[in-house]
Write a protein that binds this ligand. Structure first.
Ligand code: URA
Length: 441
């Protein structure tokens, strides 16, 4: 595509005029075919980032990005096909449990997931801590696995929404990531290409989320819900608090261990509640249950009776893990994912009740010890992370351990001080606050 044609699109954006469906469609096709000058694509992204675009143009953009690659199709099963997307949090391991739990309830979950972004962990990095787990699936492989067992979790790749691959890479280096229409089109185009009937969006909000305020989270949620609906997908967003870490484990293999515990009917209630909340909403949206209460009961049942765990084991085997390892992972996760011996205990400096834990401080330290990346080529160290021993609202005594830090190189004094200060302990027990802040539909 000629750069002067892209310049016309840029002018429309700058002057708040519609871009024109045909012109936008040609541009996205050229991006997907890598037939556009990088500098022209960069100018267009900068214009959209700076001036924004209408919701009509956002829907057209998303639709064209979805159509730039393969689209999964499900024929008579299409009403059962669901997924969720989270904007990313600390200790956010929901997908690992949600996909098999929903499959155990009879739904189909062809989940595409990402690697860690910034301080937040990524589902793919977590799954790749399981020996043999293969996230590089073709659209055909995804379709076959889901048809066989009901769920799979695959890494985003260039077969699906390839226009996003290039646009995302340019956004990453041109400081144009934080644009609501661009985030919306990027996320929803990939989800729509899964051939979804229903989608739940977990829009994180708080000190350790990309959206710090309820207003920003609501704006993003409204944009994504409107565009998903514009593409014919049933969609609801749950805005949830992301100040305190989710559940008990943070870090790649550590989060797999916690997820297996939840799938065994155990684990921390905070994590279980989120799985139940997201899962029941999808069961209702897919008309598998008549009301949210029945959805909650159904998800709780598959977590407690072993059927969600069985689906997780099947998913591991279908994605390359040997049956022997998959079975041991489900029965005795520590025999497959041992926890590092390099550990220090972080202790309370006063007595009282746990009031808050600063997720952002924990995430930054875990990332600088190898739990996350700073550059695309950085190698993840799977067993770096934290196990939280004392949770919000629990009583704690001075000198008691409230968190264990698992590391590969010893933390320095400054890091230990930051970790010690990342908890706030108050004299009075704080009100138990729900993670759910608002629902957008
Ligand atoms: N995740 C995506 O896939 N795209 C974005 O733009 C942001 C988060």
């Amino acid at each position: 595509m000629e750069s002067k044609e892209v310049a016309i699109l840029c002018d429309s954006v700058i002057n708040s005029k519609p871009m024109g469906e045909k012109q936008l469609s040609n541009f996205i096709a050229a991006v997907a075919a890598r037939e556009v000058e990088l500098s022209a694509a960069e100018s267009w992204l900068k214009a959209v980032h700076k001036y924004g675009i209408s919701s009509h143009d956002t829907i057209t953009l998303t639709n064209e990005m979805m159509n730039s690659g393969s689209i999964l199709s499900w024929n008579e099963q299409s009403h059962l096909v669901v997924d969720k997307h989270s904007t990313g949090g600390v200790g956010d391991k929901m997908s690992l449990m949600l996909a098999p739990a929903l499959a155990a309830c009879g739904l189909k979950v062809p989940m595409l997931a990402g690697r860690g972004l910034g301080h937040t962990g990524g589902t793919i990095d977590k799954l790749e801590s399981i020996p043999g787990f293969n996230c590089n699936l073709t659209p055909e492989q995804m379709q076959n696995i889901v048809q066989n067992i009901g769920c799979c979790i695959a890494a985003q790749n260039d077969a699906i929404a390839p226009a996003d691959g290039l646009l995302y890479a340019i956004r990453d280096v041109t400081q144009t990531i934080d644009s609501i229409p661009l985030i919306t089109a990027s996320i929803i185009s990939k989800k729509a290409a899964e051939g979804l009937h229903s989608l739940i969006l977990d829009v994180k909000c708080g000190t350790a989320a990309f959206m710090k305020t309820k207003q920003d989270a609501t704006e993003l949620a409204e944009s994504m819900v409107a565009v998903a609906r514009g593409l014919g997908i049933k969609c609801q967003a749950q805005i949830t608090a992301m100040d305190n870490p989710i559940g008990s484990h943070i870090g790649n293999s550590l989060e797999v261990i916690e997820s297996v515990e939840i799938l065994r009917g155990n684990g921390h209630i905070d994590t279980r509640n989120l799985v139940v909340m997201q899962g029941s909403a999808l069961l209702l949206m897919a008309n598998v249950v008549e009301n949210i209460n029945d959805g909650e009961v159904m998800i709780e049942r598959v977590l407690d009776d072993g059927s969600a765990l069985k689906k997780f084991e099947e998913m591991c085997i279908h994605q390359g893990v040997t049956s022997e390892i998959a079975n041991r992972l489900c029965q005795e996760p520590l025999s497959v994912l041992p926890i590092s011996n390099n550990k220090i205990e972080i202790i309370a400096l006063q007595s009282g009740y746990v009031n808050s834990i600063d997720s952002m401080a924990l995430a930054n330290i875990a990332r600088s010890h190898g739990a996350g990346r700073f550059n695309i080529e950085d190698i993840i160290i799977p067993d770096v992370g934290f196990i939280i021993k004392k949770h919000i609202g629990e009583e704690i005594e001075i000198g008691q351990c409230w968190m264990e830090f698992y590391f590969s190189h010893a933390p320095n004094d400054d890091e230990i001080m930051q970790l010690s200060q990342s908890i706030t302990i108050s004299e009075h027990i704080s009100e138990n606050q729900s993670r759910l802040i608002a629902v957008v539909e």
